[in-house]
Design a protein around this ligand. Structure first.
Ligand code: CP3
Length: 354
């Protein structure tokens, strides 16, 4: 039997779901899996078409619509994993906060700025508050080919606290930093409350059948390493520790990964998803071999000619030797992304076999 024969055998045996799960566990596989952050969304004409007759919130809260949007990118491009269509801000809605999605980004009210505000937050029973999420995951699992992986997710406590304190996207997380330094106890209690809700939401998704859970710490972009260690890491680590019994791989997404790599790797996650602030080969060299790496192509690469996309993807896979690596972007897909670019990106990975 020649080498090509055994590779072909392997190609047939390994399906997308096994490939994705193996990569999360840093096990050797035929090629790295591929999916894209924010792959379900506004750059897809079929999403825009549904969105024309439903509000974003309605789509998130209606399991049949959420499942449909989750499957749209898989049908078109065949990524190895589907990420549930939802939003990180549903955790704040469960606490009784009003969220409006507007053109300038989400707006959140009331803001939490005092002990009284904290006490006014609602008690959350995850199975009641997030019943629509569990139902959406079950639907996705039924409708999706069993050989494709499903990813559930939530926001990290720090990132959600930043939204809650600022009342919306905050350019520099100034409001939260001020609150945390002037009233450290209030910040600790607030981040702790959010961590409980996030842990409940992630557990529910795991029970409903997802293959991995991603925690988005988007606003770590604006933290120094010292502030990351104090304001973000402890709460993310607490969430991850509380889920240990589930044995579901946890992917932690951090921005400003160059500054936070070592700390984030100590959170207990199995996969670290990094932004464009660090070279993948440098991240790999600094991480222990039992932590897999995800990332970190620039979303703008998807607008480049297909040949350039293909070359960049091949280069990264070769440099990392393929193991313990999940091909992805360093940030979410942009709304203006050309469909051909996404196809070239996904196909470049699918043509690989290491
Ligand atoms: O990845 C996926 O395809 C799954 C769905 C998903 C959405 N939001 C759908 C969405 C995921 C994983 C998220 C995560 C999310 N939401 C993050 C972390 C990831 C990141 O990009 O940094 C953050 C910070 C949010 C909060 C949020 N939700 C913002 C800032 C906005 C408005 C601007 C924007 O980026 O789209 C949303 C709305 C939102 N969430 C949309 C989608 C498809 C657009 C809604 C629309 O159709 O108008």
């Amino acid at each position: 039997m020649g080498k090509s024969e055994s590779l072909r055998d392997r190609e047939e045996r390994v399906n997308s779901r096994q490939r994705f799960c193996a990569a999360c566990r840093s096990e050797k596989i035929d090629r790295p899996p591929v999916w894209l952050m924010r792959q379900a969304g506004r750059y897809l004409p079929e999403y825009a078409q549904l969105r024309a007759s439903h509000s974003f919130w309605e789509m998130v809260r209606t399991p049949s619509l959420a499942a449909e949007v989750t499957l749209q990118p898989i049908r078109r491009f065949g990524m190895d994993a589907a990420i549930l269509f939802s939003d990180i801000l549903i955790a704040l809605a469960a606490l009784g906060i009003k969220i409006k999605y507007e053109d300038g980004g989400p707006s959140i009210s009331p803001r939490t700025r005092s002990v009284a505000d904290l006490h006014a937050l609602r008690e959350v029973d995850p199975y009641q508050a997030f019943d629509y999420v569990g139902e959406a995951v079950e639907r996705v699992r039924q409708e999706l080919h069993p050989q494709t992986a499903v990813i559930g997710f939530a926001g990290a406590p720090f990132t959600l606290a930043a939204y809650l304190v600022a009342g919306g996207p905050s350019k520099d997380v100034y409001e939260l930093k001020v609150l945390a330094s002037r009233e450290p106890r209030l910040y600790t209690d607030l981040a702790g409350r959010i961590a409980e809700v996030v842990a409940g939401l992630l557990r529910l998704q795991a029970r409903a059948g997802v293959d991995a859970l991603q925690i988005f710490d988007t606003w770590s972009l604006h933290l120094s390493p010292e502030d990351y260690a104090e304001l973000a890491l402890p709460y993310t680590a607490r969430v991850i520790a509380s889920l240990a019994d589930l044995k579901v791989p946890i992917i932690l997404y951090v921005r400003n990964a160059a500054g936070h790599l070592g700390a984030a790797a100590g959170s207990g996650c199995q996969v670290l998803s990094v932004d464009g602030s660090i070279r993948l080969t440098e991240a790999r060299a600094r991480l222990a071999s039992n932590i897999a790496l995800q990332g970190n192509f620039d979303p703008a690469l998807l607008a480049a000619p297909a040949e350039r996309i293909r070359a960049r993807v091949r280069e990264a896979i070769a440099a990392l030797d393929g193991t313990g690596y999940i091909v992805n972007l360093g940030q979410g897909v942009m709304p203006e992304t050309p469909l051909e670019g996404v196809a070239a990106f996904v196909n470049a990975v699918r043509e690989e076999a290491t």
